[in-house]
Design a protein around this ligand. Sequence first.
Ligand code: FDA
Length: 401
Amino acid sequence: MSSDVRRERIETDVVVIGAGAAGLMCAIAAGARGRRVLVLDHANKVGKKILMSGGGRCNFTNTGTSPANYISANPHFCKSALARYTPSDFIAMVDAHRIAWHEKELGQLFCDESSKLIVRMLLDEAAAVDAQVRTHCTVERIERPGERHFRLRTTLGTVECESLVVATGGLSIPSMGATGFGYEIARQFGHAVLATRAGLVPLTLSGKPLERLQDLSGLSFEVEASCNGASFRNRLLVTHRGLSGPAILQISSYWQPGDALRLDLLPGRDALAWLQAQQRERAGTELRNVLADVLPRRFAQRLCEVWLPSRPMKQYGPSQLQQVATQLADWRITASGTEGYRTAEVTLGGVDTDGLSSSTMMSRQVPGLFFIGEVVDVTGWLGGYNFQWAWASGRAAGGAC
Ligand code: FDA
């Protein structure tokens, strides 16, 4: 028997390509409306990014979610979907499945036990509404024989449907099954795709800056990182390739090649007033020892070897103290690049929202075609915002597809 003969012919109402966060949520919502739903994924298991997220505990939402936490060429696009499916709605689902959770910091909610429970919950919800989920399925070609009619040639066989939902995610972590297939589908149907780049990603250093910091790999301290009008106060981590930690991951989404990063090394303090107080109180103490009280000692020492003149506090005149204060409050460092999609949590850019309805995620030019989740040009900050977008956009499409 040839493999073609074994191939199935499936007819359904809705096909969702991608069994990740957005795709599964969409399937649940569409199934609940009585739609026959088939979710197809090329990977060997569903929800791989959910499984690896939040260090295995899935930071599944953020209670402070607002449109201001997202980057998009059209900052208004995400508003409608986020307003109609809120963090409380997702928490209600988590609670109904008796999944224990806690707030870590800044509104970030994590499972107490494991991300596996979130995937289990989504699969149980999908099964409850009879949505079918098939893995190991490659979509080879998509045709559109008529209005509201899509035909997919897949490794399972031919699938015919009225609505096609693209939920293939972004390019981050190719080893986990990420592909640019969603962008290809968008282009096939005449949608613009905005340039993509890695976001929430460690920044790399090269040359002198790397030489000067590399051996401090592992040191971590709080900074306020700023670039292109955005600022994040959180921890910075020195790595053997450059800089990471939540403050750097956040600012990486705003950083463009060639931009200098501005780091306030004494966040929340008036650097000059603090130095003046140290000068009064510890006149004979060297700057590097004074700084070691508020920064890791080895970093304070390196700052004073390379960037700042270290001498006893009493030896700084007013203008020199001002210069030190400026350096500490506005320390500039130029990253040479990012670690790229290999380690990025998200992909910036993607399917242009101009071509989509913000209330349903449906294509404006191709009725029945939807794009949801990370494949769309909506990217959240670090902290549960990306899953909240996946749930909300999935829910919006699931109510209309
Ligand atoms: P997602 O990537 O989840 O799913 C896409 C699915 O499509 C996958 O199952 C994939 O196999 C499938 N697919 C791709 N190409 C295909 C093709 N050609 N054919 C068929 N199927 C295909 N966010 C957050 O809010 N909190 C967190 O804690 C984290 N943590 C985190 C850690 C790490 C390491 C990463 C990489 C990312 C995060 N994120 C996160 C981001 C979050 O995981 C991401 O934004 C969402 O998973 C996006 O959901 P989607 O459903 O859009 O894509």
